[in-house]
Write a protein of this length. Structure first.
Lengths: 112, 117
């Protein structure tokens, strides 16, 4: 069974640009969550999608958004990038948003 | 109230020793407590998890001890090996009656474990 796949693995963007990250969950999993990981703040929850609907949201500004498609694949978008958005962005999938979540390898975003 | 506090920040043990990492939480609604292991360049991998209805869970060399009254839980790694060197995160979440947590895990700050050969 394939794991959670995130693309791209690495991204370098300039301040003010926008970026889109992609996540393909484990087959059969319908819940996808996104996390931001930084050395200072650790792992922080961004949002969760289930059946194309955002069910839960963390404490991030509106520049961070996401969506989920009918095949459960998810994308997250960050607009008007700031230097502080440099982080590892992790996607986790689970069957129905239950406790057992499996993470992808992440996308390393660097904003210059 | 949503915080999970993890200690120590870093830990060095000798091969064959016992590694112990502690976590404390405040939110009494939390009812699922997983531990994740993360190697450099990789995403966190689920290691072991516990619910408050048991005080201990063991899987191989990994054991979670849970103290509901103290709102604390810990990870014990027995016979620690150099391959266990990684960052360990405790986490917590609240689930509804259907077992759904709506994807939100609250993580501790992580412990960098180094096991010397």
């Amino acid at each position: 069974k394939a794991g959670v796949t995130q693309t791209p693995r690495y991204l370098i963007k300039t301040r003010g640009q926008q970026v889109t990250l992609s996540c393909s969950p484990i087959s059969g999993h319908r819940s996808v969550s996104w996390y931001q990981q930084t050395p200072g703040q650790g792992l922080q929850f961004l949002f969760e999608y289930f059946s194309e609907t955002q069910r839960n949201k963390g404490n991030f500004p509106g520049r961070f958004s996401g969506r989920q498609f009918s095949n459960s694949r998810s994308e997250m978008n960050v607009s008007t990038l700031e230097l502080g958005d440099s982080a590892l962005y992790l996607c986790a999938s689970s069957f129905k948003g239950n406790s057992e979540a499996f993470f992808g390898q992440g996308t390393r975003l660097t904003v210059v | 109230q949503q915080q999970v506090k993890q200690s120590p920040q870093s830990l060095i043990v000798q091969k064959g020793g016992i590694s112990i990492i502690n976590c404390a939480y405040e939110n009494t609604a939390f009812d699922y407590f997983p531990w994740y292991q993360q190697f450099p360049g990789k995403g966190p991998a689920l290691l072991i998890a516990i619910r408050p209805d048991v005080s201990e869970k063991k899987e191989g060399r990994f054991t979670i001890s849970f103290n509901k009254s103290a709102k604390q839980f810990s990870l014990h790694i027995m016979d620690s090996q150099p391959g266990d060197s990684a960052t360990y995160f405790c986490a917590a979440t609240a689930t509804n009656a259907g077992g759904t947590s709506y994807g939100k895990l609250t993580f501790g700050q992580g412990t960098i474990l180094t096991v010397h050969p």
